[in-house]
Design a protein around this ligand. Structure first.
Ligand code: NAD
Length: 290
């Protein structure tokens, strides 16, 4: 397929390279002038989109996505698919889909989970909103960049699935870390805590697969000095998107809001920036009751 790729950062670069390595003709553009192996360098977003059957964006946030979409959509060929893989607010995803539809194009919002490792290995999971036929057009690309793509419904539903998942993840990580710190203060050995909880009703992905306690459970960023992994500031971004969405539809999300408060303090008031989101554990270890 002929593909345009805009946003060649930590995630976009390996995704574009995997598409090129699989034999697709990829033209890439990044405002920072990043070049990707096997990818033709375009000198603007519009040039990358020229003649492409699918145009993929992997950008930092909703306002930038809207800006880039405004230049991409008029440059896209009739019948092409606009495939945004960034994590953005539901409203921006739906606005971009509207912009594309007005120009006779189909748009998919397809945020990912799996992080930089998944992007490099081609094992991402895509959560996809938008028309079913556009999903089928993009399916071979999802197969190259990832291991799973779930069609979640109409425009915006991919972002909805992503922020609901990450709201659970953020709240669960806070709960897991505060429980470990409580266990420490109660004199309960961490290995014993893990052995019980990981096989009892308190088990979770954060405990069983991504344990925040160094030396306990499977390998995780905790065993690597809390180097990300999934950086605390990205978790903060996603919790803010969840809060924004919850406000927009008048949903009561107290645990999401509490997790947002913890990550905001950690990233913006303490030393959380640049650390894995599981570094909440050493944070709780050093705190007293508030
Ligand atoms: P990044 O900051 O490394 O990459 C974004 C790229 O977009 C940068 O290279 C930047 O130069 C480029 N860019 C910004 N404005 C542009 C413009 N106007 N035109 C062209 N290029 C422009 O971020 P990332 O880690 O690659 O994340 C990308 C998206 O994926 C974000 O929405 C993020 O939330 C999401 N995401 C990231 C991870 C992760 O682990 N990094 C995991 C899941 C989802």
């Amino acid at each position: 397929m002929k593909i345009g790729f805009v946003g060649l950062g930590n995630m976009g670069l390996p995704m574009a390279e995997n598409l090129a390595a699989a034999g697709h003709a990829v033209a890439g553009y990044d405002v920072a002038g990043i070049a990707a192996a096997g990818v033709a360098s375009a000198d603007s977003a519009a040039a990358a989109a020229d003649g492409a059957e699918v145009v993929i964006t992997m950008l930092p946030d909703g306002p930038i996505l809207r800006q880039v979409a405004a230049t991409l959509v008029p440059a896209m060929a009739a019948g092409a698919v606009f495939l945004d893989c960034s994590t953005v607010d539901v409203e921006s995803a739906r606005a971009v889909a509207g912009m594309a539809a007005a120009a006779g194009l189909a748009a998919l919002d397809a945020p990912v989970s799996g992080g930089i490792t998944g992007a490099s290995a081609g094992t991402l999971t895509f959560m996809v909103g938008g028309p079913g036929d556009a999903f089928e057009t993009a399916r071979p690309l999802f197969d190259v960049m990832g291991q799973k793509a779930v069609h979640c419904g109409p425009a915006g539903n991919g972002q909805a699935a992503k922020i609901c998942n990450n709201m659970i993840l953020g709240a669960t990580m806070v709960a897991t870390c505060e429980a470990f710190a409580l266990a420490d203060k109660l004199g309960l050995d961490r290995q014993a805590m893990f052995d019980v909880v990981s096989t009892s009703s308190g088990y979770s992905w954060t405990m069983n697969a991504y344990c925040p306690a160094p030396g306990i459970g499977p390998q995780s960023p905790a065993d690597n000095g809390y180097a990300p992994g999934f950086a605390a500031e990205l978790m903060l971004k996603d919790l803010r998107l969840a809060e924004m969405a919850a406000r927009a539809v008048d949903a009561d999300t107290p645990m999401g809001l509490a997790a947002l408060g913890e990550y905001a303090e950690f990233v913006e008031g303490e030393d959380g920036r640049g650390r894995d989101f599981s570094a909440m554990l050493p944070r709780f270890e050093s705190r007293r009751r508030r």
